[in-house]
Unconditional design. Structure first.
Lengths: 172, 411
């Protein structure tokens, strides 16, 4: 029986009830959200369940939404069921002042560096990670460069404001 | 003599604790690492007890840079990921953008892309396999096949004007049609390369010294490989037939008939054989694609981009003479074109594995967030597990047979 998004959704709702929310399928990939405390439970369920078998962690990264107060950082997991060839994406949001998320390293060895990278750029503190230190940037760095508060351009330049990149608007 | 303790034949000052192991820095710049990697190896004699990889020496913050670049300017960043097969990265990026923008490319464009991507795969595997040869002491193969990588680069040059960092194609297709000379060179490649590859195989694959050097070096089980997130030839060498071209076909890969070679032990020798077989399969795909391209007649045979003037930069001479083209040129360059909002993950089969683009667009001209899933970065973590207990010389072979490309590793 081919696994469908409808069925995955049903199984998740059966198991976790109201806690998994925000089901959508942007560009054909099932996406949902969960509270950050549940991330490991959900991944373990998706991993172990005889029908679901999401046993391949394709990718793990974070996104910073500065305006999303209390849920500034999103950690995004892309999981893949290789036998049924179906992918899903799930997100957990965390407060930027207390960015603790459980580490998936016990489940996926490959999560090790992906989490280190996420920590390196966004400062997500993966609880339970065996070696959470910077991976691409220098160890002495004391900020998390991919957060939106670090703009790329020289701030004194007025010819390259956000308006030219299609968002916001500035008054000159 | 009283301040010296006698321990076997070595005399150490009193109070010193004899260190049982040697620490060896392999890299950051070492001729055998083919790129900037540092490995801090802990050796017991010649056996590796532990390896600690340090990466990031050529980190260029592409993900951050991409947040301030319009979509079409990000292509140059993707060039510099896996620079041994930049066209695959370029095409992958264009395909991602096309999916976001809802652009449907004509079949001919798909087939031309397939030709270029498979040429790039051959060039990449050729480097990797011949470097494995170099690292095991056989230089000849490397020098011999370089001629044909050169020919592939000449084809790139004919198609886009550059060789290594190609910046090839645009959203919707190619910047210009393939010239007759490009096809001529492709024909030459298809005619001559099989013989060369056969000879290259003869030189290595049943060569006893080579086999003994590679077999059993750096093996990984299918289970561990999956758990580590291996993809591409390295995963297939471990026996898992996962190939993005088959599982989620893009750019009309479903129209082609090819096999996915798999290994069984996941050691260096299997990785070598899988790459070699993949080159044969790539050749098959190119031949089929070239036939399909030749089958187009009339106006269809001249199509090299989709008809999407909102996203595809018009030809420069039209910009000077035609009003429409001028308007679109202005709109594209000044960012007046609306980019849809959306969030998508698009994988392509890079030469090293699944190269994924995770793109979040908030409707701005530039991505809100762009993440590259770089196969190298993910499977390099397994290096310690692969080399633990092996000899120092194996560490070098394992590294080259994994095909680590510093550019992709560090992004």
């Amino acid at each position: 029986m081919a696994l469908t998004y409808e069925h995955i959704k049903q199984r998740l709702v059966e198991k976790f009830g109201e806690q998994v929310t925000g089901f959508e399928e942007p560009f054909g990939m099932l996406t949902f959200e969960a509270p950050k405390e549940l991330n490991l439970k959900i991944m373990q369920f998706l991993f172990d369940d005889a029908e679901l078998q999401f046993r391949f962690l394709t990718d793990l990264q974070a996104v910073h939404y500065p305006d999303n107060t209390g849920k500034e950082l999103a950690v995004v997991y892309h999981l893949h069921n290789l036998t049924e060839n179906i992918r899903i994406r799930f997100k957990v949001y965390t407060d930027i002042s207390k960015p603790d998320v459980y580490s998936a390293t016990a489940l996926f060895s490959g999560a090790n560096w992906m989490e280190r990278e996420t920590y390196d750029f966004f400062g997500v503190n993966f609880v339970g990670h065996p070696n959470l230190k910077r991976v691409l940037n220098v160890d002495e760095m004391d900020y998390f460069p991919m957060r939106k508060e670090f703009p790329l351009e020289d701030q004194t330049r007025i010819d390259k404001d956000d308006e030219m990149f299609g968002r916001g608007g500035s008054v000159i | 003599m009283s301040d010296v303790i006698q321990h076997s034949n070595i005399r150490l000052p009193e109070g010193s604790i004899e260190k049982q192991t040697t620490t060896l820095n392999l890299g950051p710049t070492h001729p055998a690492t083919h790129g900037v990697f540092q490995n801090i190896l802990e050796l017991d004699g010649e056996r590796i007890i532990s390896a600690e990889q340090t990466v990031g020496y050529i980190h260029r913050a592409f993900e951050k840079l991409a947040e301030r670049r319009p979509l079409y300017q990000i292509t140059t960043l993707t060039d510099r990921l896996n620079y041994c097969s930049s066209p695959i990265n370029n095409m992958g990026w264009h395909l991602t953008c096309e999916k976001l923008l809802g652009v449907k490319t004509p079949k001919r464009v798909d087939y031309l892309r397939v030709i270029i991507m498979e040429l790039a795969r051959i060039a990449d595997h050729l480097i990797c396999n011949s470097i494995v040869g170099v690292d095991s002491g056989a230089y000849t193969g490397f020098l011999y096949v370089m001629q044909y990588r050169e020919l592939i680069y000449e084809i790139y040059e004919e198609v886009c004007g550059s060789r290594l960092t190609t910046n090839m194609g645009r959203i919707g297709g190619f910047e210009r049609n393939f010239t007759p000379l490009a096809f001529e060179k492709l024909e030459k490649f298809l005619r001559e390369y099989p013989k060369v590859l056969k000879e290259f195989e003869n030189l290595f694959s049943r060569n006893r010294i080579f086999m003994e050097r590679l077999m059993g070096a750096g093996p990984i089980s299918a289970d561990r490989a999956l758990n580590y997130g291996f993809t591409g030839p390295n995963l297939r060498a471990a026996g898992v037939d996962y190939d993005v071209r088959v599982h989620t076909p893009y750019s009309s890969y479903e129209d082609f008939d090819f096999e996915v070679p798999v290994g069984s032990t996941g050691d260096c020798y299997d990785r070598f054989l899988v790459r070699n077989q993949e080159m044969w399969q790539s050749l098959r795909i190119i031949e089929q694609a070239y036939q399909k391209v030749q089958a187009f007649k009339g106006a269809e045979a001249e199509v090299f981009h989709a008809d999407v003037p909102e996203y595809y930069l018009p030809e420069k001479k039209d910009v000077y003479t035609k009003m429409e083209a001028l308007i679109y040129h202005f709109k594209i360059v000044m960012g007046e074109i609306d980019i849809p909002k959306g969030e998508l993950y698009f994988p392509v089969e890079g030469a090293n594995g699944e190269l994924g683009f995770y793109l979040i667009s908030d409707g701005g001209r530039t991505p809100y967030r762009l993440h590259f899933r770089r196969p190298c970065f993910i499977y390099y973590q397994a290096y310690e597990e692969l080399t633990k207990g092996a000899m120092l010389a194996d560490a070098i072979i394992v590294m080259s047979s994994l095909n680590l490309i510093a550019g992709e590793l560090d992004a």
